[in-house]
Design a protein around this ligand. Structure first.
Ligand code: NDP
Length: 237
């Protein structure tokens, strides 16, 4: 029997990159997977067909839509909150509306989705949020908004772990370093700068992050909660 046979998994932001790898991993491990997308309908429909999963359009910038998606997901064993955006540039120049949108997607949605999930999960439920090593370390200028959004997830997980512990639900943050996706291609212009901070001088693969998520969602991680799990080639070390 596959590791997640009979389990119901919702991935917020699953159409591309790390989220798509997480969808593939849980599907391969036998779970019933639903994932959300916002802009990439074609990629979402194709991934759903390939993996026999369900794609639904839900914009993580819309708090009420996110809450409704979690509420209407029925019985949920695992919630993975991956949807996230970057915004880099001179803090004195960035559009304040763009900063606020980032905070809605990267912080407000994870908080409200986690709380709503906890209302419906049974004992053994797992919530996993994709943060970033930039929550611990922001070694270049122009990343303050992104860094603040990812460090906010650390406080959220520490606090919600205490709220959810009595219900037998765990919540953890996975903190990737540079991972080869559309948002951060392994051959992109930032490659050499990023690798200069790392012990392992390569981008990670989305499947490597998905493997950590799968472990946190599985039975061996039952005593793990309120914690940050960094997978970054020592970017943050
Ligand atoms: P991509 O840009 O490659 O993919 C982002 C995914 O999130 C897409 O599936 C996208 O869906 C979804 N998404 C974005 N905005 C929304 C929204 N408003 N509503 C619903 N879904 C949304 O990014 P990555 O795969 O690289 O990143 C995934 C997560 O990992 C993010 O939280 C990111 O911050 C984090 N991360 C990434 C790192 C990296 O180096 N790649 C490093 C550290 C952390 P759609 O296209 O359909 O809108």
């Amino acid at each position: 029997m596959a590791a997640f046979t009979g389990k119901s998994v919702l991935v917020l932001g699953g159409s591309r990159g790390i989220g798509a790898a997480i969808v593939k991993r849980f599907a391969a491990d036998g779970a019933r997977v639903t994932f959300t997308y916002a802009g990439s309908r074609e990629a979402a429909v194709q991934l759903a067909a390939e993996t026999e999963t369900t794609a639904v359009m839900t914009d993580s910038a819309d708090r009420d839509a996110v809450i409704a998606r979690v509420r209407d997901s029925g019985r949920l064993d695992v919630l993975v909150i991956n949807a996230g955006i970057g915004l880099f540039g001179d803090a004195l120049e960035l559009d304040p509306d763009a900063v606020d949108r980032l905070i809605r997607i990267n912080v407000h949605a994870p908080y409200h989705a986690s709380v709503e999930a906890a209302r419906h999960m049974k004992e053994g439920g797992r919530i996993i949020v994709i943060g970033s090593v930039n929550g611990d370390r922001m070694p270049f200028a122009g990343g303050a908004a992104y860094a603040l959004s990812k460090s906010a997830l650390q406080g959220m997980a520490r606090g919600l772990a205490r709220d959810f512990g009595p219900r037998g639900i765990t919540i953890n943050v996975v903190q990737p370093g540079p991972i080869d996706t559309d948002a951060n291609p392994a051959d992109g212009p930032m490659k050499d700068l990023m690798h200069s901070f790392m012990a392992l001088k390569r981008h990670g693969q989305p499947s490597e992050v998905a493997a950590m998520v799968a472990w946190l969602a599985g039975p061996e991680a039952g005593f793990v909660t309120g914690a940050m799990h960094t997978i970054d080639g020592a970017f943050g070390a």
